[in-house]
Design a protein around this ligand. Structure first.
Ligand code: ZN
Length: 277
């Protein structure tokens, strides 16, 4: 689904097999694309949808982190790429990889690649598979402001468990925060988990943005501020509880239930924090 969500922001919702959210920030002079898509076909779908709305094609694309589903479409977008320094480092490594099935399977065996990612790459891009990793030209470490004329976008490094290079994009005056995958659990790890240290630091950074709308990398629902605060509040509360009680799963869940019903989100957060101890 492709939609205009605020005066300057267009959003294409996530899709199968693992296509993430893509967005365009449209100023009077320039358009900025947020994330480049899981393949040339995915990027093309977005670019054509933008053109269909009469929107100027992107002048830049900013990547939220280095994971394949956010970066493989960059060659199709074919404009200068903006990325965090650690994203750029990872892309330079990926540019040296082979992407055929045999090479993917080998990297899964050595834990350099996640099995579910290899599976989704095969679905998104059947063999013979051509992947051209484009390298960023504009690199930042903490934050970068873009003035697109009439609308600004702050790219801010936030890190987190999912990928430590994660950045978010804050769009004003629309007050939209494009989160990428920063809220998700650690993916390239032996066990998927959250660490309280990283999650608390991440949530503290996200709370500083005065946003009205929140777009997640793999969530088709646009969150408003109360929804974001409820979700991030559950995440923080789960972390505080696990920090307090420690590695005893039964005791952690008993304490959580004593405070009220444990919903699906809280159950997931508790288990992921326990796995991160
Ligand atoms: Zn990711």
């Amino acid at each position: 689904m492709f939609q205009k969500i605020t005066d300057h922001v267009y959003w294409m919702t996530p899709d199968k097999p693992d296509r993430p959210s893509l967005a365009a920030v449209v100023g009077e002079r320039h358009t900025l694309m947020l994330d480049s898509g899981a393949s040339n076909a995915h990027a093309r779908l977005f670019l054509d949808a933008l053109a269909g709305e009469g929107v100027r094609s992107p002048r830049y694309v900013a990547l939220t982190h280095w994971h394949w589903d956010h970066v493989f479409g960059a060659a199709e977008v074919d404009v200068p790429i903006i990325a965090h320094a650690e994203t750029a480092e990872r892309l330079a490594v990926m540019a040296g990889y082979e992407w055929d099935d045999t090479s993917l399977d080998k990297r899964v065996a050595t834990h350099e690649e996640v099995e579910s990612c290899a599976r989704d790459i095969k679905l998104e891009l059947p063999e013979p598979r051509v992947v051209r990793i484009e390298l960023p030209e504009i690199i930042f470490r903490d934050a970068l402001d873009l003035d697109l004329c009439g609308v600004t976008c702050r790219l801010q490094h936030v890190g987190g468990d999912h990928s430590r290079d994660s950045i978010v994009a804050f769009i004003e005056p629309d007050r939209v925060l494009f989160l990428g995958d920063c809220l998700y659990d650690a993916l390239y790890a032996r066990t998927r988990h959250y660490s309280t240290r990283r999650v608390f630091a991440l949530l503290d950074k996200l709370d500083k943005f005065d946003a009205d709308y929140y777009i997640e990398g793999h969530n088709s629902t646009l969150m408003d501020r109360p929804a974001f605060e409820a979700y991030s509040g559950k995440m923080r509360a789960a972390g505080i509880l696990v920090n307090k009680i420690g590695a005893n799963e039964t005791a952690v869940f008993a304490a959580a239930r004593a405070r009220g019903p444990v919903d699906e989100d809280t159950e997931f957060f508790l288990r992921a924090f326990l796995a991160g101890l």
